[in-house]
Ligand binder design. Sequence first.
Ligand code: URA
Length: 210
Amino acid sequence: MLEHLTVVKHPLVQHKLTLMREKDTSTNSFRRLLREISQLLAYEITREMEMTTKHIETPLCPMDAPVIDGKKLALISILRAGNGLLDGVLELIPAARVGFVGLYRDPETLQPVQYYYKVPSELENRLVIALDPMLATGNSSAAAVDLLKKSGARNIRFMCLLAAPEGVARMKEAHPDVPIVTAAVDDCLNDHGYIVPGLGDAGDRMFGTK
Ligand code: URA
């Protein structure tokens, strides 16, 4: 079993994350670095997948060789910043099925409201990896996981680039069965819900919007 929280401390991840945090890093570099880190995080988050063997013939002899068991896994991008993780993970796992969850925060109630939801069939038989670079308050992440569970998902993991302690705690309370894999847990959230020291608005930085 993966721990509830895995912080990937590998030097390549930490070095690339520092480049991403710097405020003068270009949109182009930010996007490339995010794609590269997403693949290193994918390597960690796909540990302990069910394996089986397949009978093959090498040029020398037959053998029973290991392959991943079960149905194709499902990658779920939590819009819009999740798409920045999705591209890289899909390069590594090109046969994965893909879904999207769109949520916005109601300005009155501050609760997440769903505006888009499209996920692959048979989530109950798949490893489901939810993708969102920033685990801030954790409210929208917890709501997205609620929706995935309502669709039948039982084996869910959550990938993010940066997490706030508040977001980790919220997810642990709402979904203790969902392991989180991240590159760092930062200090806190500020009054606007940004992760500090963080890297700013991940969506704006990867898409070049303001
Ligand atoms: N979303 C972001 O893009 N950045 C943060 O710091 C928090 C939430």
